[in-house]
Design a protein. Sequence first.
Lengths: 234, 234
Amino acid sequence: MTNTHDVAHPCGKCAFYKESVWQPVEAGGMGVLARGFTRKPLIANQVVFAQDTESQGIFCVSAGLVALRTHNPNGTSTLLRLAYPGDVIGFRSFLANAKHKTEARALLPSRVCIVAHRDANKVVRGNPAVLERLAARCISEIDTNHERIIATATTSNKQRLFDLLQRLMATHGERVNAHMRMQLPLSRSDLADLIGVQPETMSRLFTRLRHDGAFVVSGREVQMPVASGDRNAG
Amino acid sequence: MTNTHDVAHPCGKCAFYKESVWQPVEAGGMGVLARGFTRKPLIANQVVFAQDTESQGIFCVSAGLVALRTHNPNGTSTLLRLAYPGDVIGFRSFLANAKHKTEARALLPSRVCIVAHRDANKVVRGNPAVLERLAARCISEIDTNHERIIATATTSNKQRLFDLLQRLMATHGERVNAHMRMQLPLSRSDLADLIGVQPETMSRLFTRLRHDGAFVVSGREVQMPVASGDRNAG
DNA sequence: CGTAAATTTGAGAGCCGTCAAAACATGTGG
DNA sequence: CCACATGTTTTGACGGCTCTCAAATTTACG
């Protein structure tokens, strides 16, 4: 039998503990939380959950990078979100008690922490503060989606790719002299699915950005001048 | 002093009572809920809440049609959502305790029910079931946004306009012989903001749809054959 | 080294943005 | 009822971008 009164918080040593949706769980629910908790390492390309499968619980990315993608009926796919450490995924299906509408797949070697569905349910029902934090994640997802809808409607594909590469560089890049350099975590095809164009167009967008002098690109290696953050892709 | 034990539920007679986010409120919280409750009629074009203003509470559309729009820095605007009776709006700013990122404006003569911020807060904190229902609305908003992002990425503007007109017809149209007929609740300009194109392009999209025989259009009056629901705009 | 997969390049057609002007609708005052 | 002013919608012209299909090239990896 598990001793509930001296179980350590399973997220206690995580760098994102303070912001964790599970942080508000106290002694009473800790046993259940600890029982449902799993840590799972992922190799690049490994699927975390597949589209149209039942929710296994709530996932939290603790290392690496996970892509959320929907496979469309017509064979195409759309990248809806990149999930970084600290991000919670799979909460939509969990809260709606429905099947996943997206597939989650690691783009880099990663790790996720999982709280199994049954236990997550118990913890959430016993602890409104957890539900509040989940709601906050929903709101943040809504904000991100709105930004994307607005960006798609108001800025050019080239500009949006420029902005995306900037953000990726801020996360994945390292400074080398007067340049930032990164290894792109996404294929051209995934970038196309993220911007919403065909792969051929993505290739041409790269050509144009390179021609503008915004980037030096070779395969997945990308360099940009440090100061170019405020430049406009036209 | 208000008598809390015999106050009727303010949404009790609403057609959407069962699905109301306030439905779970019981005797204990009813006094607070009733105190914060207001019903407000709106004339066409009236603003419910303005962008960048503080949350006044949680709004529920009880009649008419309300558009949620963001005014972009560059002077353009984007229509993010059409809210119909039963829909809850303003919950993003409420839950995030932040300013509205969108403007809500009635497109038709409408009515909203408002639970003032302070009282809504008390009710939500005292009643996790309400928070659960709010979370469900968040999820539904996320689903809608995902659908829109996917549609934008995978289907043509013409097809999306076709689909939109179909949906509007289902809601606002009435059958006349073998046709459906409606009065469009949106200007060409608003339609453009919803599909994400320029007004000139919207006009040309109408020309093309009319030319295809999908619709008969004259100003805001639109007719379509009853059976055309399953047709494809090519 | 060779095969499969990913990426780039080419050509052509169609769609959209922009600017400008015309047509149409709406409301006001005479 | 007309004349007029204002705001909305449509049309025209043109350049630029994206899609599609096809082929060439490069990269990844056994």
